[in-house]
Design a protein around this ligand. Structure first.
Ligand SMILES: [Zn+2]
Length: 328
């Protein structure tokens, strides 16, 4: 995909295009911003622009052997590193170092994309730092992260950071309409998926499935009623959530719900709810009071942060929900 097709990220897109056109792409770029807003696509588009010998206006042509190899994930001078079991380990950085120690096969550089760069463990981050400290004009790095505050400051300081923003509702609808998964889906359902997405394409695609919206509604309802419920309800919810594949959505929904409840408790006027149809539940939950709500949010953020270090999610959710249900 060419950079010009990257929707909803105008500033980043213009900046990348100008870097390519002027031949001034820094050795290490770091794309930060929420999940599902185009960081990965932008990285691949940038790679295409960098490797294409028939580049036009800062974009790869999409037709030459290099562009085609890239599209088929066979381009030999690109390596993509991503977490294995939630961590990027030192062995992976050693492989990367080995990869860049050889001259490029077809292009003028070797390119490394590191997905979820905040999941580099300590050893791996230090090893990567060493590599970043020895600039090599034949190597480019593109790091991607939605939690860049977890990266070592020394790694951050070696990268040029570009900020991606949440996608607007109309942009989400526009992108959704181009997806195979959305074929035959009514406009109203596209808009509903966009409304639930909180600006993330990944979540929008998840919410294209009406059953997923129902699941989420039900989950919000059970969560919001926890203060009136028993320990058993808290344990049951923890059990269920610890087994879901949709953790990212779960945390997003909980964060959004608590955000709204805190604003409500603080009597912020003209509160527009993050997601539709929540107002009654938010108002009810806000009755817990500002301080308890802030403390609940703290605990939620702590669980989310600890996900990177293989916590026992069921126990963490149990403690979290019980605190809300019975004040433990
Ligand atoms: Zn090309």
């Amino acid at each position: 995909m060419p950079l010009v097709d990257l929707l909803g990220q105008t500033l980043v897109r213009e900046r990348l295009t100008s870097m390519v056109v002027n031949g001034r792409v820094p050795q290490a770029l770091l794309f930060v911003g929420p999940q599902g807003v185009g960081k990965d696509l932008a990285a691949l588009s940038l790679v295409q622009a960098l490797i294409c010998p028939a580049r036009e206006n800062g974009d790869g042509c999409g037709r030459c052997p290099s562009c085609i190899q890239l599209k088929r994930q066979l381009y030999p001078d690109l390596m993509i590193v991503e977490p294995e079991k939630r961590q990027i380990k030192i062995e992976q950085i050693r492989e990367l170092q080995d990869f860049i120690s050889y001259a490029p096969v077809v292009g003028d550089r070797r390119i490394i994309i590191i997905r979820d760069a905040h999941r580099l463990n300590q050893l791996a981050a230090n090893a990567l730092l060493k590599t970043l400290e020895e600039p090599n004009p034949a190597v480019s790095f593109i790091l991607l992260s939605h939690r860049h505050n977890l990266l070592l400051a020394t790694v951050l300081s070696r990268c040029l950071m570009l900020h991606f923003i949440s996608l607007s509702g109309p942009i989400i609808v526009q992108i959704l309409a181009q997806q195979a998964a959305a074929e035959g889906v009514a406009q109203a359902d596209l808009e509903e998926a966009a409304a639930w997405s909180g600006g993330s394409m990944e979540r929008a695609i998840f919410f294209l499935e009406p059953a997923n919206i129902d699941w989420c509604r039900n989950f919000v309802e059970r969560f919001s009623e926890l203060p009136k419920k028993s320990m058993q309800a808290a344990l049951a919810l923890a059990e269920e959530l610890s087994q879901t594949d949709n953790l990212e959505v779960v945390f997003f929904v909980l964060r959004s719900f608590l955000h709204d409840a805190i604003l409500y408790a603080q009597e912020v006027e003209n509160l527009t709810s993050t997601l539709s149809g929540w107002s009654d539940k938010v108002a009810d939950f806000a009755g817990l009071g500002v301080q308890p709500l802030l403390s609940i949010r703290q605990q939620l953020l702590a669980i989310e942060r600890d996900l990177a270090v293989n916590i026992n999610l069921k126990l963490a959710f149990e403690a979290f929900f019980m605190k809300i249900a019975v004040g433990i």
